[in-house]
Design a protein around this ligand. Structure first.
Ligand SMILES: NC(=O)c1ccc[n+]([C@@H]2O[C@H](COP(=O)([O-])OP(=O)(O)OC[C@H]3O[C@@H](n4cnc5c(N)ncnc54)[C@H](O)[C@@H]3O)[C@@H](O)[C@H]2O)c1
Length: 248
């Protein structure tokens, strides 16, 4: 007989995943649900988000959540408090890519990257903590772009470096509440974000990946599921790099 805690390590946990309608977020929501968690999925892509929740069944609910909108964060948290009574896992996944150099980036473009990729991390953690009454795990999506400098993604890389800084400070502040805070830093992952922006970059990237393939959204979901679980009970303020060896 399989041990229930082994096959469903997140049974009974309540999780919120942002940007869950597609790509990495959809894979994370699917994996956490398979591991037993009850899923609240947020995104601005409402049709895709509802379709995901329908695929996952009664264990999942979708609600519009624009991560730059304070009122929508409040509405999501109010629903979770009413229906589930608390929150255990927050995955701050929503993000946009911004291929522009310092010289080409506009103030509006830079501000938009900041609002969606960075300010959202502040909102998410700030709103989630009061609901994490039994402790919890917060996982923020950074990037290899938040580990080294990149030419041509000036604003994006800046926001992803900031995600790691916010994560580390929050890890220290929230440790007494038994809330762990970590990042997952994906390499080049095969999602709409990547191929919608610059498909020509694909081959160039492939050459620089020692494992010889793009990452899959499920590769990132595995790292997130680990950090969400008790297996990672002593890990906080850390970055897990999932990049096929790109930065090795
Ligand atoms: N794909 C990669 O190669 C890669 C690499 C490193 C890091 N990441 C990070 O992983 C995360 C997920 O990326 P992905 O590749 O799945 O991208 P994606 O574009 O496929 O999915 C991102 C999701 O975020 C949602 N989103 C965008 N703006 C939003 C907003 N204001 N409010 C709520 N939701 C919003 C989108 O609707 C979409 O569903 C991002 O934070 C991204 O920066 C991705």
């Amino acid at each position: 007989m399989t041990d229930q805690t082994e096959s469903r390590p997140l049974a009974g946990r309540i999780a919120l995943v942002t940007g869950a309608a597609r790509g990495i977020g959809a894979a994370v929501a699917t994996r956490l649900a398979a591991d037993g968690a009850q899923i609240y999925a947020g995104d601005i892509l409402e049709e895709e988000g509802r379709a995901l929740a329908a695929r996952l069944g009664p264990q999942a609910a979708f609600q519009r959540l624009d991560v730059t909108d304070e009122a929508q964060w409040a509405a999501m948290m109010e629903r979770i408090a009413r229906e589930a009574g608390r929150l255990d896992i927050l995955v701050n996944n929503a993000g946009i890519y911004g291929p522009a150099s310092l010289q080409d980036e506009s103030a509006a473009g830079f501000r938009r990257l900041f609002e969606i990729n960075q300010f959202s991390i502040f909102w998410g953690m700030k709103c989630a903590v009061p609901l994490m009454t039994l402790g919890g795990s917060i996982i923020n999506l950074s990037s290899i772009g938040g580990m080294v400098g990149y030419k041509g993604t000036f604003g994006y890389a800046g926001t992803k470096w900031a995600v790691r800084g916010l994560t580390r400070s929050a890890a220290r502040e929230l440790a007494p509440l038994r809330i762990r805070v970590n990042t997952v830093c994906p390499g080049v992952i095969d999602t709409p974000m990547f191929y919608e922006n610059d498909p020509a970059l694909l081959n160039q990237f492939l050459e620089s990946i020692p494992l010889g393939a793009l990452g899959k959204p499920t590769d990132i979901a595995s790292a997130v599921a680990f950090l969400a679980s008790e297996q990672a009970a002593y890990i906080t303020g850390s970055d897990i790099l999932v990049d096929g060896g790109m930065l090795a």
